[in-house]
Design a protein around this ligand. Structure first.
Ligand code: I3P
Length: 125
């Protein structure tokens, strides 16, 4: 369900609630604090919102709480960095590390695959 909405970033995956924890910022370790975030994948960014967004307002800068650039990033499943299940880590090209998690394996793997493809295509571009 890839669609473009007039000049706004191409949205690859519409919003869904995922648990998010930033564990490192610019190479510096952070205290883990899981937060349920409304997550939107665009053609080159992952956007996290504290509150669920309407589809019409899914664009960067519109109350986006965290913008995670995916170009040059790395994504990998991890079983060591959390006691939770279905956890994967995204490392940005600036050395920030985020854990993403949801109890549904199918949801987690859907996001993992879409983010991996986005990292690949935005890194080549
Ligand atoms: C952390 C909290 C996290 C847990 C983390 C704890 O404690 O319980 O949920 O991560 O484990 O340190 P606090 O709230 O006191 O900071 P998981 O849920 O991912 O296991 P960790 O230290 O092993 O990362």
């Amino acid at each position: 369900n890839v669609f473009s909405t007039g000049g706004e970033p191409l949205v690859q995956l519409k919003g869904e609630h995922l648990n998010v924890a930033k564990i490192s910022e610019g190479g510096k370790k952070q205290r883990k604090n899981w937060t349920l975030m409304w997550t939107v994948l665009t053609s080159d960014q992952l956007l996290f919102y504290k509150e669920r967004q309407q589809e019409t307002s899914q664009k960067p800068g519109n109350k986006t709480d965290v913008v995670l650039p995916l170009c040059g990033g790395v994504i990998e499943w991890t079983t060591e960095k959390s006691s939770r299940k279905n956890v994967f880590q995204i490392t940005t090209n600036t050395g920030s590390e985020y854990l993403l998690q949801t109890d549904s394996y199918s949801t987690a793997s859907k996001w993992f695959d879409a983010i991996r493809k986005t990292i690949d295509s935005s890194t080549k571009a």
